[in-house]
Design a protein around this ligand. Structure first.
Ligand code: NCD
Length: 335
């Protein structure tokens, strides 16, 4: 079993099924705190440094909220322009310095493998919040947690899952990490729907096929969406040479109520890492799906808090001490 305490979380390739089960199990323990039924102050006095060198809403705020919910303090640096990286400082030097001010660091950066380079200079655990088009391990874990909890409603599990990943599979780091995690389960049917130029990297496709899963690669929606879960993604405009190039692919695979009713199954769950691009030319996930019970996107985003709380508890070695550090909630809560 992987030793979480003191470990960096850089890639999903670090995990086997036992490690994943432990993360998902600890995530579930966090629900009463996230729902404000109880408080937990097991990380009272600890400091998280959030270093976000690329745009982020959910990942940054949920990392911060997760740490606060366990009683810790959060400091943030947002944007390269506000950091000494813009003065030519190396990632290694920045890591040496910031890790001296922190107990744990969460980092997002536009360059592939940059978070690993940073971690080499850090004396405290570093959690990858997205490194360019490479990986987004915490998102993949929260996606897995979401798939498992959504499938439970239908008496299904991750083994035997029939999933469609759709959109920009070339640049989308969330689908890269999720595919790698799914390859650890049994008998997955995975349909990769994307424009031909934006297909899933070959190394990930072959890892899936070599693990014995059924992989279908297509650029057509018709006939390919009858699945348990459809995971829609955004065209990753920031990874293209120009906005015009990204525009070539926008709006090809918009999902709306009509397409859902025509091609999906009655129980098909819709996921999306968010943000969805709601501009009319993209509209990849139409708001006419908002009243659908199977639209899991906001439950998915909420699960991010639980999974990030679990990763902090595990890397800081307090996962078995949660109940000793509980307090009642004293303020009005709407739930
Ligand atoms: C994703 C990301 O940043 O990779 N967002 C997120 O963290 N939930 C997906 C995206 O930006 O399209």
């Amino acid at each position: 079993m992987m030793n979480f305490q003191g470990s960096h979380i850089l890639s999903v390739s670090q995990f086997d099924r036992t490690a994943i089960s432990r993360i998902l199990q600890v995530s579930a323990l966090m629900a009463p705190y996230a729902e404000r039924k109880k408080r937990c102050h097991v990380l009272d006095g600890a400091i998280l440094n959030n270093l976000f060198f690329e745009p982020s809403t959910r990942t940054r705020v949920s990392f911060g909220a997760a740490f606060n919910l366990l009683g810790g303090f959060v400091r943030e640096t947002v944007g390269v322009e506000n950091s000494s990286l813009s003065k030519g400082e190396s990632l290694f030097d920045t890591a040496q310095v910031i890790s001296g001010y922190s107990d744990v660091i969460a980092m997002r950066h536009p360059t592939m493998h940059s978070v690993t380079e940073f971690a080499q200079g850090s004396t405290v655990p570093v959690i990858n919040g997205g490194d360019g088009a490479n990986e987004h391990p915490t998102q993949a874990l929260l996606d897995l947690f979401t798939i498992e909890s959504e499938m439970k409603r239908f008496g299904k599990s991750l083994d035997g899952l029939n999933i469609v990943l759709m959109g920009d599979l070339k640049h989308g780091r969330t689908v890269h990490s999720l595919s790698k995690l799914l390859s650890l389960y049994n008998k997955i049917k995975i349909t990769l729907v994307s424009p031909i130029a934006l297909q899933m990297p070959e190394s990930i496709v072959s890892a899936l096929s070599n693990a014995g899963h059924q992989v279908i690669i297509t650029d057509k929606i018709a006939g390919n969406l009858a699945c348990d879960v459809i995971y829609q993604t955004r065209i990753q405009q920031e990874r293209f040479a120009s906005k015009d190039e990204a525009n070539l692919y926008r709006g090809h695979f918009s999902l709306n109520k009509r397409i859902y009713q025509e091609y999906c199954k009655e129980h098909t769950v819709i996921m999306h890492p968010l943000p969805r691009d709601s501009r009319p030319e993209a509209n990849e996930l139409d708001t006419d799906l908002n009243d659908l019970e199977n639209l899991a996107i906001f439950r998915q985003a909420q699960n991010g808090v639980l999974v990030r709380m679990a990763l902090f508890a595990l890397t800081l070695g307090v996962d078995e001490k949660l109940s000793q550090y509980e307090k009642p909630v004293t303020w009005f809560t709407k739930k």
